[in-house]
Design a protein around this ligand. Structure first.
Ligand code: OOG
Ligand code: NI
Length: 455
């Protein structure tokens, strides 16, 4: 019998919507956040018909409502290896390497996400995935205990493991298999109220680092947030308190600008949730744990290596300035980065997607000197390419505001990409290379449609 496979893009959409439903049921405040974002997005589109038209044109508008990212934290190499295979079923690949040890968080991370233009347009669902680095923990006994606890758990159901094998053997899953896969995969991300350790062990792990307790004490890597995308994050930030949601103090990332760049993010603090411990004498006791929070993001244009270098420098200059008014200082410093699409493009600071216009196609064959001339003639349009990835400094800020208070610890910066990729069982893609390739492909196609002979 021939197998008819459901496209990975569709499996991803089934999964992200099932995940959203699960999180809605688990964390009711998430629904309030979705409502707020939906209101802000519809107000923004109403106020700005030009924005609406351009989002429609580029296919961005369709994906806006389904767009989410989430995050999980894994405990051991085998979990990262298998999660890569699980995400691959849904067309999600590891992109980028993020070292968070610099910021006092003992993890390194990647983002699983779709990579093709078409796949991103359909559903850009991403999962920021971190792996705990026990090698950064000084206390050898604690490290061994944590390893022993993690060694005993399997975060995947036997059935999801079997379905991953089926997918790898046959190159895809049928609809029935895919639906079962989604149900089974969800189990890995579910919240477990029961801790696998005693209250005393939890406390020891917690004292070493709250994140270690979060990763080691549970049956699985509960999804710790799901983030919708907004068109106006300042409006969401301002709107949160009115709905009884307390946002973190500042929005991470670049300041508000006419030409939005990269990624701006804010969140509400993690909830304090009741958990049950299994104690040594098998009696149970209760406690609380905070891990799960709410986050919102606004995405802008992807920057080139040159643009990104400038971004990093400007951001760092604000951090070290310790300004009283962070937002004003941030806006001031970022004046050094042009706030104009054409300038960002001409100076090679950002990535764009090119498209031939109907007028240009009608005149196909009329050769013009270069890209600038084609744009000036109205033959070619350059649209900002959306940044699909994450920012390490912002991610650290989000982690920290949710780990709470004064547990700030400093690990020496010690990126270890080789160890990460070895655990993953694959290399992570370079996000800048992906944007560059996509820009070049769009330009080649547009020039061909315009009958421009490449020199
Ligand atoms: C991940 C925090 C990072 C983001 O959007 O940058 C993140 C975590 O807390 O596990 O979600
Ligand atoms: Ni996030």
């Amino acid at each position: 019998m021939t197998r008819i496979h459901l496209p990975p893009d569709e499996i991803r959409t089934l999964f992200s919507s099932a995940m959203s439903d699960m999180y809605r049921a688990e964390v009711p405040l998430y629904q309030d956040l979705l409502d707020l974002v939906a209101d802000v997005n519809s107000d923004t589109l109403e106020r700005d018909p030009a924005l609406k038209a351009s989002l429609q044109e580029s296919g961005e508008l369709d994906r806006l409502d389904v767009e989410r990212h989430g995050a999980i934290r894994l405990g051991k190499a085998e979990e990262l290896f298998t999660i890569r295979r699980l995400f691959a079923v849904m067309g999600m690949q590891p992109v980028g390497y993020y070292d968070l040890s610099v910021a006092g968080i003992p993890v390194h991370s990647t983002a699983f996400r779709p990579i093709g233009d078409e796949a991103l347009r359909k559903n850009p669902f991403r999962v920021f995935t971190s792996l705990l680095r026990l090698d950064l923990v000084d206390d050898a006994q604690l490290r061994r205990d944590a390893e022993a606890i993690l060694a005993k758990r399997d975060i995947f159901t036997p059935r999801v493991r079997a379905l991953i094998d089926v997918c790898e053997t046959h190159g895809g899953l049928t609809r029935t298999e895919a639906e079962e896969f989604v149900r089974e995969a969800l189990e890995t991300f579910r919240w477990h109220k029961d801790s696998t350790v005693s209250a005393a062990t939890y406390q020891r792990l917690h004292d070493a680092h709250r994140l270690i307790a979060d990763v080691v004490s549970f049956k699985g890597p509960h999804i710790n947030h799901l983030t919708p995308r907004t068109l106006d994050i300042d409006a969401v930030q301002a709107g949160m308190p009115k709905r009884g949601i307390t946002p973190k103090a500042v929005i991470e990332g670049p300041p508000r600008r006419d030409c939005t760049i990269l990624l701006r993010q804010t969140s509400f603090k993690a909830l304090e949730e009741a958990i049950d411990f299994i104690d040594e004498d098998n009696a149970s006791s209760t406690g609380t744990h905070s891990a799960r929070f709410g986050e919102i993001e606004q995405r802008g244009v992807a920057l080139t290596a040159k643009g990104r270098k400038l971004y990093d420098e400007l951001l760092l200059s604000v951090r070290t300035a310790k300004a009283g008014d962070y937002n004003a200082e941030l806006a001031q410093r970022f004046k050094a980065l042009p706030d104009d699409w054409a300038e960002l493009r001409r100076q090679g600071l950002a990535y764009f997607r090119y498209r031939a216009t109907p007028a240009g196609i009608a005149d196909a064959g009329r050769l013009l000197a270069d890209v600038e001339a084609l744009i000036a003639a109205g033959y070619l349009i350059a649209e900002p390419m959306i940044y699909e990835d994450f920012l390490p400094v912002s991610a650290a800020g989000i982690f920290q505001s949710n780990l709470g208070g004064d547990t700030q610890q400093n690990f020496t910066e010690s990126a270890n990409r080789d160890a990460f990729e070895e655990a993953l069982g694959a290399a992570v893609s370079d996000e800048l290379a992906l944007y560059a390739a996509s820009e070049q492909a769009s330009l080649d196609a547009a020039l061909a449609a315009l009958g421009q002979v490449k020199s």
